[in-house]
Design a protein around this ligand. Structure first.
Ligand SMILES: Cc1ncc(C[n+]2csc(CCOP(=O)(O)OP(=O)(O)O)c2C)c(N)n1
Ligand SMILES: CC(=O)[C@@H](O)[C@H](O)COP(=O)(O)O
Ligand SMILES: [Mg+2]
Length: 631
């Protein structure tokens, strides 16, 4: 018997128009069960999606997609949206190579009006869509949907200020589930908690009943809607913060009451100016383990799920663990060490620092720019702040790194996690830009370990460096330790992992493992290959690199980052500056396009950054040499 009779027949959101209350509730149930069964099996964002089932169904019942523009924030909670917009049958491919993306993508569907992945962007984008509408003279509705966590992002507040000022007709739906990935933080979270204590509209529905017109809907005229809005405003008109910014605040309302959500959306549709609808949802709704532990069940990627329990699939030490264990070892004897996360305590490992040093731990919310300059302030006063931010999210704080940290040469330690390809989160999350965007900044030095044990030592080095800003870049997940011991970490000192005279491979970070595999293959072909683990993006070990170049005259550089302006570029610049024009260099890294989602081995093969690609590049260089020699 078909478990998903409605979903299996659904052709798109227009089909919801003809559904009655019972059918919509049945649809919500199918969406929820479809999510639980599919995402438990294939992995992905779990609790956020269960929390927006009714919200998405009600929204797509009332509004006309894609004419009406619905812009989601982050997009990790977009799976119900995808299920209702023709991708239910592809849901099992989510975040897999050549499967659908785990976030919205304009090139994936006409219903994905604006891509996301990074938080706090939806309201700015939605204002853009609304302004375009007004300039065009069309009349569609524009709705931005933002979570309480994403609302802690500076961009979101910048947008609120601008929307309120512009008095643009648009609807902001605040999906408030009291959670970011971890518990939400910040004064706004505290304010929202107060609003949640106010009686929800459902409790004052008798007032609402009086404002309903004959067909059970709220007033359709602007005047009537205004009147209804007055009734709708919760008794203590508690949305003052938003009202003062120029919004009509409606809420809080129960985000799992489909009928009432539909009523309120019908009402809000007709209101002029900016409206903020405060919706209360439960992350993980309808799946008890996730409701009980919303933090753990934020995403099930990399976990297997048995009987409501999440078991990590991979074992072994991750880079993140190595980093935070080393940080904690130092911090126990150094009370100047403090740590800052931008709403990612678990992902960065800093939750383990917080357990031991709660007074020296700061979660600033999804506020990377603030995190960096906050760290700069601490460093200016003699502390050693560790700012742990994923590579991709650190992009958001570029000026703060330059302007507030590096120009002032303040001793901030940047722990750049998820550096390099991250796999199934795809283009919005690959940490592939940081080498290029950081190495050009004066005063900043940058380290990259080849394995977790080296990261331990590099973390200790970074915490005692103190001469200025220092960055550690390391990847998602774990890796084998590639040497028995760790050579002492010294500023600008590389490490020769194997000696050879025919060709040199100069590489950086965990991608060294691919270079070693390639060197072994080349050796079986009779070639003598040197592998140099550079360890430093900046300062480069110029002496070692120049000596290798002069000796072999052939270099291959390998980096888990974009080629343009990356590590290989730095080597080429060095050779050019020193007049070594006879040295042939092949750079291996990420090409000049965004890399999609998939497993890391698959993506490395795809972009030509695996051992096979290194062997091929070496053969070309070596063959060219043989050709020259045989002339
Ligand atoms: C700029 C940026 N920083 C951090 C993240 C990581 N991140 C993804 S979802 C999330 C929490 C979002 O909370 P909320 O908006 O309340 O959505 P919910 O998961 O509660 O539905 C965070 C911190 C991100 N995507 N973008
Ligand atoms: C949606 C988002 O940005 C985070 O949930 C991110 O997907 C976490 O990535 P990790 O799984 O690498 O911690
Ligand atoms: Mg939330």
């Amino acid at each position: 018997m078909d478990q998903f009779p409605i979903l299996d027949q659904l052709t798109g959101p227009a089909d919801l128009k003809s559904m009655d209350s019972a059918q919509l509730k049945a649809l919500c149930n199918e969406v929820r069960q479809g999510l639980i069964q599919t995402i438990s099996r294939v992995g992905g964002h779990f609790a956020p999606n269960l929390g927006v089932v009714e919200l998405t169904v009600a929204l797509y019942k009332v509004f006309e997609l894609p004419k009406d523009k619905v812009i989601w924030d982050v997009g990790h909670q977009c799976y119900p949206h995808k299920m209702l917009t023709g991708r239910w049958k592809q849901l099992h491919t989510i975040k897999q190579y050549q499967g659908i993306s785990g976030f919205l993508r304009r090139d994936e569907s006409e219903f994905d009006l604006f891509g996301a992945g990074h938080a706090s962007t939806s309201l700015s984008a939605a204002l853009g869509f609304a302004k375009a509408r007004d300039l065009r003279g069309s009349n569609e509705s524009v709705i931005g949907i933002i979570g309480d966590g994403s609302l802690t992002g500076g961009m979101a507040l910048e947008a609120l200020l601008n929307i309120g000022d512009q008095k643009t007709k648009m609807l902001v739906v605040l999906n408030d589930n009291e959670m970011s990935i971890a518990e939400n933080v910040g004064a706004l979270a505290t304010y929202l908690a107060k609003l949640r204590l106010m009686p929800t509209y459902q409790k004052v529905e008798s007032t609402v009943k009086k404002t309903l017109n004959k067909d059970g809907l709220l007033y359709r005229t602007a005047a009537g809607a205004k009147h209804a809005a007055t009734h709708f405003t919760s008794p203590a008109n508690t949305g003052l913060f938003f009202e003062e910014l120029g919004f009509q605040y409606i809420g809080p309302i129960d985000g799992h009451d489909t009928d009432f959500l539909i009523q309120v959306f019908e009402h809000a549709k007709h209101l002029d100016g900016p409206v903020l609808l405060h919706v209360l949802t439960t992350k993980g709704k309808g799946y008890e383990p996730a409701e009980k532990d919303q933090r753990t069940w934020h995403a099930t990627t990399g976990f297997s799920i048995e009987d409501g329990k999440m078991e990590k699939k991979s074992s072994g030490v991750t880079y993140t663990q190595a980093f935070v264990e080393s940080l904690n070892e130092v911090a126990v004897n150094n009370d100047k060490v403090v740590a800052i996360t931008a709403a990612m305590p678990d992902g960065t490992g800093l939750a383990k620092f917080a357990d031991k040093f709660p007074k020296r731990y700061f979660d600033v919310g999804i506020a990377e720019q603030h995190a960096v300059t906050f760290a700069a302030g601490l460093a200016a006063e003699g502390f050693t702040p560790v700012c742990a931010i994923y590579s991709t999210f650190l992009q958001r704080a570029y000026d703060q790194i330059v302007h507030d940290v590096c120009i002032q040469n303040l001793p901030v330690v940047f722990a750049i996690d998820r550096a390099g390809l991250v796999g199934d989160d795809g283009a919005t999350h690959h940490g592939t830009m940081d080498i290029a965007y950081l190495r050009s900044i004066p005063n900043l030095v940058i380290l990259s370990p080849k394995d977790p044990q080296e990261l331990r030592e590099m973390t200790k080095f970074a915490l005692s460096y103190g001469k200025g800003p220092i960055a550690l870049r390391y990847p998602r997940g774990g890796g084998e330790n590639l040497t028995d011991t760790v050579a002492p970490i010294q500023l600008g000192q590389s490490e020769t992992l194997r000696r050879g005279d025919d060709i040199g491979i100069v590489t950086l970070g965990p991608i060294v493992s691919e270079a070693l595999i390639a060197a072994n293959t080349l050796e079986t072909q009779g070639h003598s290959v040197e592998v140099l683990s550079a360890r430093w993006v900046k300062p480069l070990d110029e002496v070692a690199i120049l000596a290798l170049a002069r000796r072999t005259k052939k270099l291959i550089t390998v980096e888990d980052g974009i080629l343009a302006g990356g590590f290989g570029s730095a080597i080429v610049e060095l050779l050019a500056d020193r007049g070594l024009t006879e040295v042939q260099v092949t750079r291996i890294g990420l090409p000049d396009h965004f890399v999609e989602h998939g497993t890391i081995p698959k993506l490395r093969e795809l972009v030509g950054m695996d051992a096979a690609a290194i062997v091929k590049a070496a053969e070309v260089l070596l063959h060219e040499n043989r050709t020259l020699a045989s002339r």
